[in-house]
Structure formats: structure tokens, C-alpha cells
Design a protein around this ligand. Structure first.
Ligand code: F0G
Length: 453
């Protein structure tokens, strides 16, 4: 057996990427205020900032785009989108949106939220921002030690805490949101058992359960692999049960629909759906296109079908595992089990000479860029603020079907070089920050020079 990942695809269209020198990168990073969101993509060699919207589409998706019907209302492409979404999710009321956060915003506009509470296994930052903008409080109830347990499928909600919170806030809980996979908690997947129990707890209290379904296919794969009762079950059936357990869903198609833009909102309640239509006409567009072109709807319909291909998902998990193992061999602690969409490095543990307030995640992200033109994303106190205790992580997200094994080898080699000088990596501090979602635009500076590797 060779230990080689066979990408289940061949390359038909290529896009050049550019090497820069260390000297150039030093200037570029300083000009960007040591914030990698502010570096131009042309100045990046391997871009692991996000798996969102960075996917390579298939020949079938490009072909489907040519069939896009750009009629304003009732386009053929809308019917194809609706059919694909209905077949996958079982929801009959599905609305396209321009991306996931638009679905979140619309949901937060039609569900009364002011003065209420939203409970979750882990709200993504845009979901939290939408919940809070609508006047509600978002409360995360992940398993307390999820990131330390290294247990499979530990991305779910703490059921004891959920029942306690539902009782304590009786009458105030507007929604429970289950995020699959749990991007805020190391990308850990959520078991069907946890979803079933959360759904039962919600039903008992009459609280609607909403699925943040961004990475539903990757979650379904992890369930089939790691949940003994689900071994061998068809992925479509696992995914379907995840949706069946919920009263609504939001979806960023930029993840598991393998497209570059798009999203969806699904509901069961016709009265709520009527309010969504009104809200959409005012903000996103007519409900049969929702801010997307007909061709985008076609690409999503095809992508929703392709993503559950077992050979694709096997490759996706293998690529993440390959990167994670290489990082561990180099001495970097990673969160296990490894998610498919990203490898999360525990920069706090990997850089013990830095305190939490030194933003070790941002230190490592900047070091990866300076050493090898690799762009990753801090997920720690820079992203979330310093309030809650949390690990200082760096996420190396893997765009779908974009990079080959040799690209991953490059990232691993850079990380290994950095590991040898890790004790020399400097603290970071924020010099300017906006009032909300600060990691996108904050400016920082290092406390000293980065070692030259
Ligand atoms: N929910 C989750 C779990 C997400 O990871 C994201 C986006 C969204 C909602 C919002 O979707 O971007 O289409 O508006 N996550 C990206 C990321 C940005 O890098 O993890 P969107």
C-alpha cells in the first residue's frame, strides 16, 4: 500500500500561483497591519484562510451554469435548485440566499428575537452577530472539554446544560441552533445521537431547532465513520435524518455545496415562510432567485449532489489527516479528531513561551506567511475577544478540490521549519480595532522580529 492520497479528480483548468520573497512578504505583512485578511490574494502562495467559497467546481457544475435560466421569476434553474434541496433535506419551503449569513439575517428578522435567548453547540461568528443585532443573547453550550477529549463526534451540545438552560430561560428561548460541523469548536462533528436528544429536548419545551448545515456532508461522513449505530448507512440517509430532526436550516452553499457563492434557508412553518418571502423581496431579491443568478442556482443543485460522493469525502478526510499527521510529526499539537474542512493547530500549546494575551494564534499565522506564503486564520482571542476561556487556535482550512498533495507537503515543510525556532516567535498586540468582528480589520504589530527561516 502506498501512502499517497489519490485525488479523485484530474485538473482541467489551472490558475497560476506566485512565489514571493521573504523580503517582499515582510513588507506586505507590515503594510497589512499583520492582519492576513488585509493581504492581497496575489501575494499568497497557498491560501488556507477559509474553505468558504474557495472551492473548485466540477465540469458538471460548469456545464450546469451554461443552462442557467436568468428569468426574474420562476426560472428553470430555481426549480432545479428547489428539487435538489428538497431531495436532500426533505424541506418543502426552501429559499435561496446570496450566502449563509443572509439566510441567518432573514431568519433573525422573521423570528421574534428581541430580549430573548438563542442556545447553540457553537454559534458561528456571523450567526452570533445576527442574533445579537436582532436583540437576542447567543449562548454556546458545547461539551466543556470537547477540544481536550479527543473523542469522536464531540462537537455537539452539552445535553445537561441544554436542559438546564431551557428550564432556566423557559419562555425566553427563541431558537436552538445546532452547527454541523462545529466550526467554533475545532470543526468537531456532531453525532446523530446528540442531535436526536437535542431535538427531543427542544420538542419538550416547544422551542424550534435550527440546523446550521454548512458542512452537512462532512458531518454525515464523520457520523458514518465514528457512530457505531450508523456504520454502513447511506450518507444521503444520515444527512436526511440531520435535517429531519430540525424545524429550519440555514446553509452556506460556499462550503458543502462546493460553489463560490450562495446559500439557503429552509423552513417548515408556512406562516414564517410567508414572512421570509416579504423580507426577501425587500432585501435579497424575488424568492425564486434570492440574490443569486440562475447559473448559481444550477451550480448549487449539482454541488449538493456531488458532495455526498463517498470517494470525494474519503479523499477530503484523507487530505486533512495527512496534513494533521505531518504537523504533529513536526511537533505542532493539533485538535483531534481532525475535521475535514480544516486542521486546527493549538498555537497556545505549541508556543508555551507566549501568554494567551500575546495572541499566539496570530503569531503562528503571521509566521506561516512570512516563512512560506501560507495564509491561515487565527481562531482565538483575536477573533472572539478575550472574554471566554478558549484555546488559541490556527485554522488551516482546505478549499475543496483545489490543492494537491504537493501543496500540502509545502505547508507541512514550512510548519516543520517554524517548529525548530518556535521559542523565538514574538508576541502580537493589537494597535487598532473596530467595535465588532475585529479580526477582519484589526491592525497589529509584533513585539519583536520574526526569526528568519
Ligand atoms: N455558519 C458556519 C458554521 C460557518 O462556518 C459560516 C462561514 C457561516 C455560517 C456563514 O456563511 O460565509 O456563507 O455567510 N464560515 C466561513 C469560514 C466564513 O471561514 O469558516 P457565509
Amino acid at each position: 500500500m502506498t501512502k499517497t492520497i489519490i485525488e479523485p479528480l484530474r485538473i482541467k483548468s489551472v490558475e497560476p500561483i506566485r512565489q514571493t520573497t521573504r523580503e517582499q512578504r515582510e513588507k506586505l505583512l507590515e503594510a497589512a497591519g499583520y492582519n492576513l485578511f488585509l493581504v492581497a490574494s496575489d501575494d499568497i502562495l497557498i491560501d488556507l484562510l477559509t474553505d468558504s467559497g474557495t472551492n473548485a467546481m466540477s465540469t458538471e457544475q460548469w456545464a450546469a451554469m451554461m443552462r442557467g435560466d436568468e428569468s426574474y421569476a420562476g426560472a428553470r434553474s430555481w426549480f432545479r435548485f428547489q428539487e435538489a434541496a428538497r431531495t436532500l433535506t426533505g424541506f418543502s419551503l426552501v429559499f435561496p440566499t446570496h450566502q449563509g449569513r443572509a439566510a441567518e439575517r432573514i431568519l433573525c428578522a422573521v423570528v421574534p428575537l428581541k430580549g430573548r435567548v438563542v442556545l447553540s453547540n457553537g454559534l458561528f461568528d456571523t450567526t452570533r452577530a445576527n442574533v445579537e443585532a436582532a436583540g437576542a443573547r447567543g449562548i454556546d453550550l458545547p461539551h466543556r472539554d470537547a477540544l481536550d477529549r479527543h473523542a469522536p463526534l464531540s462537537g455537539g451540545i452539552d445535553l445537561v446544560e441544554l436542559e438546564g438552560a431551557l428550564a432556566r430561560h423557559r419562555g425566553e428561548v427563541a431558537l436552538v441552533v445546532m452547527t454541523v460541523t462545529n466550526n467554533a469548536a475545532g470543526g468537531l462533528a456532531v453525532s446523530l445521537d446528540n442531535l436526536r436528544r437535542a431535538a427531543a429536548a427542544c420538542r419538550a419545551e416547544g422551542v424550534p431547532l435550527v440546523l446550521d448545515a454548512c458542512r452537512f456532508a462532512e458531518n454525515a461522513w464523520a457520523v458514518r465513520r465514528d457512530e457505531p449505530s450508523e456504520a454502513g448507512r447511506p450518507l444521503e440517509s444520515i444527512a436526511r435524518e440531520m435535517f429531519d430532526l430540525c424545524d429550519g436550516f440555514t446553509l452556506s452553499a460556499k462550503k458543502d455545496a462546493i460553489v463560490n457563492i450562495g446559500g439557503a434557508l429552509g423552513l417548515r412553518d408556512p406562516a414564517l415562510a410567508a414572512r421570509v418571502r416579504d423580507e426577501m423581496v425587500r432585501t435579497e431579491g424575488f424568492p425564486t432567485y434570492g440574490g443569486l443568478a440562475g447559473r448559481d442556482l444550477e451550480a448549487i443543485a449539482q454541488g449538493l449532489h456531488e458532495v455526498l460522493d463517498p470517494s470525494y469525502l474519503a479523499y477530503r478526510f484523507a487530505a486533512a489527516e495527512y496534513l494533521a499527521s505531518a504537523l504533529e510529526r513536526a511537533g505542532w499539537p493539533v485538535i483531534r479528531p481532525v475535521a475535514a474542512h480544516a486542521v486546527y493547530v493549538d498555537a497556545g500549546a505549541g508556543l508555551p513561551h507566549l501568554a494567551r494575551g500575546d495572541l499566539p494564534g496570530q503569531t503562528l499565522a503571521c509566521a506561516l506567511y512570512l516563512a512560506g506564503g501560507v495564509r491561515a486564520c487565527e481562531i482565538g482571542d483575536l477573533m472572539f475577544g478575550g472574554a471566554a476561556p478558549r484555546k488559541q487556535l490556527v485554522r488551516l482550512a482546505l478549499p475543496r478540490r483545489v490543492y494537491t498533495q504537493s501543496h500540502v507537503d509545502w505547508v507541512a515543510a514550512i510548519a516543520a521549519e517554524l517548529a525548530a525556532v518556535r521559542h523565538l516567535l514574538p508576541a502580537m498586540r493589537i494597535v487598532r480595532e473596530p467595535p465588532a468582528l475585529r479580526h477582519f480589520t484589526a491592525e497589529l504589530e509584533p513585539a519583536g522580529p520574526f526569526p528568519d527561516v
